[in-house]
Design a protein around this ligand. Structure first.
Ligand code: PAF
Length: 280
């Protein structure tokens, strides 16, 4: 497995593979890899001849008061995991390699980004779309893999790929959870012992919401209220949002429908965590 830090080196390698008729699967990440990322790499491994993983903490998708500086990083551990999963190449650029002096072109989206995380993180999706678009141009994969934990991100990227005629199959992979239910996230590492216990309230409320839908509840207000009440029972938790939206448009809905995304963002102490379930 190679580790490259320049755009040219990645391009040259992918061109060589292409000349031999090989397909390329791509897993974009910000590193500090966990089993959620591993499941994406495994999916890419199963369906492509070559697998590229990018590890880049993208400054553009963090707001000024967010955790860019403290975002966890461990290239050595990440490389070992990628190698053990059979990845062929890690792209690990410095910010200057991705954003040269005078950089001033962005990919922005009017729809899908004005709801859910877009409301509390106004610059986030512009940063995600811009970097993912750049990475797609650099790696030029056949398929790219994203986790459904970031359900809005997945919808936004699918939409961008469609709008901009990107010839890349976008593959969504299921949420991976800890044994006790907490969705895997690099940000779980910020949690103290007490906060780690309190963070279980996210998955508990997600499972409650899902159970209500399964039992036939059709009012999204009732589902959301029950989930909010459950989260409010945890003193360390502070709700950012709990919403039921159309799974394609991200617009709020009153009645349960398919596809529906029920998504939550909750602060546990100062750590903002997200979780969701999809009804389809
Ligand atoms: O999901 C992530 O880790 C990031 O948003 C992504 C897609 C790698 C873009 O920086």
């Amino acid at each position: 497995m190679k580790i490259e830090s320049t755009v040219n080196a990645v391009r040259n390698q992918v061109k060589e593979w292409r000349k031999s008729g090989l397909t390329v699967g791509f897993v974009p990440t910000m590193g500090y890899l966990h089993e959620g990322h591993a499941s994406l790499i495994q999916a890419a491994r199963e369906n492509n001849d070559k697998v590229v993983v990018s590890i880049f903490v993208n400054p553009m998708q963090f707001g000024p008061t967010e955790d860019l500086a403290s975002y966890p990083r461990d290239l050595e551990k990440d490389s070992a995991l990628c190698a053990s999963l059979g990845a062929d190449l890690i792209f690990h650029p410095e910010p200057e390699e991705m954003y040269h002096e005078g950089f001033s072109s962005y990919v922005d989206m009017d729809v899908l980004t004005q709801e859910l995380c877009g409301l509390s993180r106004p610059v986030h999706f512009r940063g995600v779309c811009t970097v993912v678009c750049k990475l797609f141009h650099i790696v030029a994969p056949d398929r790219a893999y994203f986790g459904q934990k970031d359900a809005q991100q997945l919808a936004v990227i699918r939409h961008m790929a469609d709008d901009l005629n990107m010839d890349i199959e976008i593959v969504g992979c299921p949420i991976v959870r800890e044994e006790d239910g907490l969705a895997k996230s690099s940000r779980n590492t910020y949690l103290s012992e007490d906060e780690r216990r309190a963070a279980l309230i996210l998955s508990k409320s997600i499972f409650l919401g899902k159970e209500l839908v399964e039992k036939g509840e059709t009012s999204t207000e009732k589902i959301v209220d029950a989930m909010k009440e459950r989260i409010a029972s945890e003193p360390l938790a502070r709700i950012d949002y709990v919403k039921a939206v159309d799974g394609r448009t991200m617009q709020q809905i009153q009645t349960v429908q398919k596809p529906m995304l029920v998504a939550i963002a909750v602060y546990i102490g100062s750590t903002r965590l997200i979780d969701n379930f999809i009804w389809e």
